[in-house]
Design a protein around this ligand. Structure first.
Ligand code: BES
Ligand code: ZN
Ligand code: ZN
Length: 487
């Protein structure tokens, strides 16, 4: 990640390879007005122009980005990322995006760090996406540069962006290189590699321990794979905690569908299916690094969903951690089975709230598209809090209901307590949430279905790269800040 600093310099005198200039109207154009007019830069939101400055400003290249008159933090987060991505081979950039306050400075810093993300672990040669020069420094121009609140905002942005980028790395890792035991190693290495190592306790349950602990959901999904399942628990428990938040993440390291095998095309991106686990682990570490006064217990439910002679069959009945029995109808609806055990364990810890994050249903993408997560749950007030946190964090999410009709559907198995899969082809996201609800008891709970936004299979835009996006991380950190009274 580039180092980000603050300066009170004027755009004209800023020292950098590229000046990223936000343009809200004619006033911001300054000495560049004639050039921008020649280039047909009208100032329509999202428009950009890139040109050599010809000595009009100190930076040799200018990237102008049109902004609304009163840009929101999210507008600036996107503009900063867009500018940084357009700056290609620049080693340094200066951003003149006119932040109205410290929150906006923080958003710009996040945009820089998120927009300069690249996943090149498996590239052996530079390509378009991996240019020869890396951005090493970015300076944000703002009159608040000397305020300590602004410096703190930079630190916060770096911690949050690091968490998002870490979750992206995990999602982007090829599935053969992140089977459950590998992912455990990656999680442990991440915790130990940060300044939160002392504050976050990690516990790992292997398949034997999972059996002893009656986690029939996680075991049932993982039993078809040669690489057995794991449950990773992270505990951050500061002395001054004012609340307890439990997080549960779906961690299917590869979702082949199991015996209810997916068609080839739908399987192509299924390394993404651990994005929920990646989000809860990365967010917990960020919360600890920020020192937020809130207890967080995170459960990452890791399994590889594979077909084999040992795999769970449609028709099998699983005995879950909660004691409930579940009749399996479709082994491709595996996420709810691993989450059920994670949620039951979370509820046993009597937290104030539980949030689970999961790439759970294709139906959620049918409902909300590829860039918006669904929010469901059993507590309207808490759902509103999560929704507000998502808006403040700049992540697109939208509430969906758990309807009465789904309650009847989940309890309609003729041979077990619960039925795993909707008998009807409608409302798959709602059914899945109704199923999960059976495992949280009375605990206040929200479910984030990130099937759409967790992975970008199109081209990069704003701060969203191709591949893993780190969806959910910013909302979780924001939510924890709010519950901790730190915002
Ligand atoms: N991991 C998938 C959901 C998914 C689909 C995530 C596309 C991201 C992109 C999940 O395990 C799954 O296969 N769900 C099935 C459920 C069905 C069998 C009830 C689905 O959505 O088709
Ligand atoms: Zn599946
Ligand atoms: Zn899945």
């Amino acid at each position: 990640m580039p180092t980000v600093s603050l300066s009170t310099s004027k755009p004209t005198t800023a020292q950098a390879d590229v000046l990223i200039l936000g343009v809200r109207g004619d006033d911001d154009k300054g000495e560049l007005a004639a050039t921008l007019d020649l280039l047909g830069f009208t100032g329509e939101k999202g428009q950009t122009a890139r040109f050599p400055s010809g000595g009009l400003v100190k930076a040799p290249v200018v990237i102008a980005i049109a902004l609304p008159d009163e840009p929101t933090a999210e507008d600036l987060r996107r503009a900063a990322a867009k500018g940084v991505r357009a700056a290609k081979n620049a080693a340094s950039v200066a951003l003149a995006l006119h932040p109205a306050g410290v929150d906006e400075v923080e958003a710009i810093a996040e945009g820089v760090a998120l927009g300069s993300y690249r996943y090149d672990t498996y590239k052996t040669k530079p390509t378009d996406a991996k240019t020869s020069v890396e951005l090493t420094s970015a300076v944000i121009l703002t009159p608040f540069a000397r305020q300590t609140t602004a410096t703190k905002a930079l630190d916060r942005a770096a911690t949050v962006a690091d968490a998002v980028n870490t979750a992206r790395d995990w999602v982007n890792t090829p599935p053969g290189d992140k089977r459950p035991a590998d992912l455990v190693e990656a999680f442990v290495a991440h915790v130990n590699g940060t300044d939160a190592a002392q504050d976050v306790k990690v516990t790992v349950w292997d398949e034997k321990r999972l059996a002893k602990e009656s986690c029939g959901g996680i075991l049932g999904v993982g039993q078809g794979s040669d690489s057995p399942p794991r449950l990773v628990t992270l505990a951050y428990e500061p002395d001054e905690a004012v609340a307890h938040l439990a997080l549960v993440g779906k961690g299917i390291t590869f979702d082949s569908g199991g015996l209810s095998i997916k068609p080839g095309a739908s399987m192509q991106t299924m390394k993404l299916d651990m994005a929920g686990a990646a989000a809860v682990v990365a967010a917990t570490v960020a919360i600890a690094r920020l020192g937020l006064p809130i207890k967080v217990t995170a459960y990452a439910c890791l399994a590889e969903n594979m077909p084999s002679g040992r795999a769970t069959r449609p028709g099998d009945v699983l005995r879950m951690r909660s004691g409930a029995t579940v009749e399996v109808h479709n082994t491709d609806a595996e996420g709810r089975l691993v989450l059920a055990d994670g949620l039951a364990l979370a509820a046993e810890g009597s937290p104030d709230h539980i949030v689970d994050v999961a790439t759970l249903t294709g139906a959620c993408m049918v409902a909300l598209g590829q860039h918006t997560a669904g929010i469901l749950g059993n507590d309207d007030a808490f759902g509103e809090t999560v929704f507000a946190a998502s808006k403040a964090a700049g992540e697109s999410m939208w509430p969906l209901p758990i309807t009465e009709e789904m309650k009847g559907a989940v309890t309609s198995s003729s041979i077990a307590d619960l039925r795993q899969h909707n008998p009807k082809p409608y409302g798959g996201t709602l059914f899945a949430a109704a199923f999960l609800r059976e495992f949280v008891g009375e605990t206040s709970w929200a479910h984030l279905d990130i099937a759409g936004p967790s992975f970008n299979d199109g081209s990069a835009f704003d701060y969203t790269p191709v591949g893993g996006t780190g969806s959910g991380v910013r909302t979780l950190v924001r939510l924890a800040s709010e519950l901790a009274g730190a915002r």
